[in-house]
Structures are given as C-alpha cells and as structure tokens.
Design a protein around this ligand. Structure first.
Ligand SMILES: [Zn+2]
Length: 429
C-alpha cells in the first residue's frame, strides 16, 4: 500500500494522484476475485492498466453488482480482514465491507483530514451521536478521526435527548456530530423544557445523512429551520461505507472538499460520459489506498455536481455539492421529473411538519405515485398550507395521507434506527 501523500491543495486528476489511481486499479484487478473475473470477461487483458485512457475504458460497477457478488469483492488473502462493517444494499440485504488494519488507519486519516477541513481542533471537545457499534462505519470513523486530531471525544451514541443534554451540559463540547433531524428534535425538546441552547458553548454541528444545501450551495430549508432557533454553524459532510472517504465542508460552506489522495471521482451521465463541472451527474468512485474491499469505477447512484473554482477558504481541491437525488429514486409524476429530496426540502420549510415519509409506488397503469404520510395531528389549515407549498414547489400534487403520530414515528425510525427513513421506494417490490 502506498503511504499517504502530504495533505495538499492539489486538485483532482493531478499526475501524482494518477499514479495512486493506477496502483489501486492494478491492485484491485490482481487481487479482488470480482475484478479478476471482470478482467477476464471484458477482454482478458493481462498487461497492467497504465494510463488514464485505459482506466476510462474499464467497466463501471453498480451497487447491484456489489449486492449480487458481495463476497467476491473482498480480498481475503492471508486473513488480513480485521473487521466487517455493513451498509444498506440495493436489494434490501445488507452489504458487507471487509477492512484490513491499513484500511482502518486510512479511515482514521480520512476523518482526521475531513474533520480538520470542518475546523475541528485539538483543543475542542466533540460529542458523537452516531453509533459506534452495530457494524456501522461512520461512528467509528468519526471517533478515530477526532482522536487522531487530538480532540476530546464524548461518545454519546444514540440515546435519549435527556442523556444528550446532560452530556452537553457536563462536558461542554464545542462540536457535535450527528444527523440534522436530531438537531430539530433537540430544539423542540429544549423549547419544551425551557432550555436555551444558545447558552451552550456548542458552536459547530458536523452533519451527516441529510443534505443542508441547495444545488446552488445555499442553506436549504432544513438548515434554515435549525438556524432560526439555534445559532450553530452547520457543516455538511457526505460519505458512504463503500467510499470510505468523506467530503467535508470548510467554513465557507461551498460544497464538500475532496481529499485527493484518498479518492478518484468521475461524474457520469446515463451513457457513461463525463459531465461538465456545475452539471449534475452520477458520482462514480475509485477509493485510493483501500485493501480489503477495493472498488474501481463504482457507480454510487448519487446525483451530485462538482465545483472546480478555487474555494474562498484558499483550498483548490474540487468540491461536491449536496446529493440532489438517488438515481434509482427518480420519479416521473404527471410528466414532471423529480427526486424525493426536492419534496423533502419543501416539507422542511414548514414549521409544523415534523415526521413524514415519502412513499413512491406504481399505479395499475405503471405510472409513479407519490404519497406523503404525515401525522394526523395536523389540522385542516396546516394540511392545506403544506399542499400549497408542494404544488408551488413541484408543479404537481402528491397525495397527502395522515396517520397517527406514533405509527408514523415507527415508520421513520424502524426498530429505533439511527437515521430517519424519509423515502420509501416501493416501485420494485
Ligand atoms: Zn473551502
């Protein structure tokens, strides 16, 4: 494995990173059973893949491939896998990702860099609300990163809001890591208990799981909703277990910065052509320096835009905007193409919408149907306001269905899950 390059401002696709890329590709195509097989089936090439042109001719790999042949992606030579983590798969079964010791070190380095971009300093205390167990990667990555920065870590994990508030008061952390909807819940809880969150030293929230920016990198409704009540600086981060790499916002909040020594990215259209900066495309990744479960040209299904102009923070690494949609979740509603994330953003605009689920299904005519489940505690005028917001924002009207609050809560957080499930796509069930 290659040692990490010194952190730098080098942009993507520089010569130094090309070496890392080709090394990673040849490692994967020589050691991973899946990629070895792929090499045989695509042209049987024996020679090394030694140029960017050859790299671009390699087939892309989808999440479905990873689902179908999960085991064969893992390089098990010499029993070097020290840990398995899982992530949700496209077919409803969890995907396993095996990590070597070096992968864990790589993960710590990744998060050290990412948290550093978002301003975590050695003299900060950081409270982590993501879980460190249950085979999740994120919580552990944050823990390793924060520890390698030298910050003080408070492992809150998932717990009651009472426990969270107790930790915030007792340990006075300056930074919190968690999902934005937790902040919304904390605001409501604090208000009910007459606690002023603005009195706490907590000044930064590093947020995962839900976007906080619009496609033109302005705060979205969820971010505005939090900041209306709480003067806390929100940092968006984007990562996945398959990527093993984070894109973190700096204090300019103009997209998540790429860590060029850790990942090679391409944004591709439906036909596999590269899209221009500023235009949406499917994020396709080749994580660098990964040993246990390497991926080459893996299509994430996430639709994002890249920004290549120099950031006002001084870094010239490229940045990714928010995930504007999942390719598989694109909806055609009465001739209009939209993503559930657009609906989510509109719903977050409204103060009285707390829990909701967007369900996409197929009608008997095989057209898409969107149904939004909301709590039955909403009164008629509130429901009407929401319907008007949706109509204005989408130019089509999804069906609104009201269910008891407890039922809805169970749908959003099934079996006490950590991340709210806001989108349920039942079209392919
Ligand atoms: Zn920046």
């Amino acid at each position: 494995m290659t040692g990490f390059l010194e952190p730098s401002n080098r942009g993507l696709n520089g010569d130094a990173n090309l070496d890392l890329l080709l090394e990673q590709v040849n490692y994967s195509y020589s050691n991973s059973p899946f990629f070895k097989n792929l090499r045989r089936s695509f042209n049987g090439r024996k020679a090394a893949i030694d140029s960017l042109e050859l790299f671009k001719q390699l087939p892309t790999v989808s999440k479905d491939d990873l689902n179908r042949a999960n085991e064969s992606f893992v390089v098990k030579k010499g029993g070097r896998i020290v840990e398995y983590v899982t992530t949700s798969g496209s077919l409803g079964t969890p995907l396993s990702i095996g990590l070597t010791r070096n992968d864990l070190e790589r993960l710590a380095y990744n998060e050290k860099m990412a948290l550093g971009i978002s301003g975590l300093k050695p003299d900060h205390s950081v409270l982590i609300t993501t879980t460190l167990d249950k085979r999740f990667m994120a919580g552990m990555a944050y823990y390793l990163g924060a520890v390698s920065i030298g910050a003080t870590v408070i492992r809150n994990g998932i717990g009651s809001l009472h426990f969270l508030l107790e930790n915030l008061r007792n340990y006075q952390p300056e930074v919190l890591i968690g999902v934005p909807s937790l902040l919304v819940k904390l605001i409501d809880f604090a208000r009910e208990n007459e606690i002023d969150l603005n009195q706490l030293p907590l000044s930064k929230a590093i947020c995962i799981g839900e976007p906080l920016r619009t496609s033109d990198l302005k705060p979205n409704n969820l971010a505005n909703r939090i900041n209306r009540h709480w003067d806390i600086e929100l940092f968006s981060t984007y990562a996945s277990s398959e990527m093993m790499t984070s894109f973190a916002e700096c204090d300019q909040h103009h997209g998540g910065h790429l860590i060029p020594e850790l990942i090679w990215i391409e944004l591709l259209d439906e036909e596999g052509n590269e899209v221009l900066p500023g235009y949406p495309g499917e994020l396709t990744i080749t994580p660098l320096g990964v040993e246990g479960t390497p991926l080459v040209r893996f299509r994430t299904g996430d639709i994002v835009r890249m920004h290549t102009n120099k950031c006002s923070c001084g870094r010239d690494t490229l940045r990714l905007g928010p995930v504007e949609g999942r390719k598989s979740q694109q909806i055609k509603l009465k001739g209009t193409t939209l993503f559930p994330t657009q609906i989510e953003n509109i719903l977050h605009q409204s103060e009285f919408v707390d829990d909701f689920i967007i369900e996409i299904s197929k009608s008997e005519m095989d057209t898409d149907v969107v149904r939004i489940y909301m709590p039955n505690s909403l009164n008629t005028s509130e429901t009407k306001t929401i319907a008007e917001l949706l109509e204005a924002g989408l130019r089509v009207s999804p069906v609104i269905e009201k269910v008891p609050k407890s039922v809805l809560h169970e749908m959003v957080f099934p079996k006490g899950g950590r991340k709210p499930i806001r989108i349920k796509d039942r079209r392919y069930e």
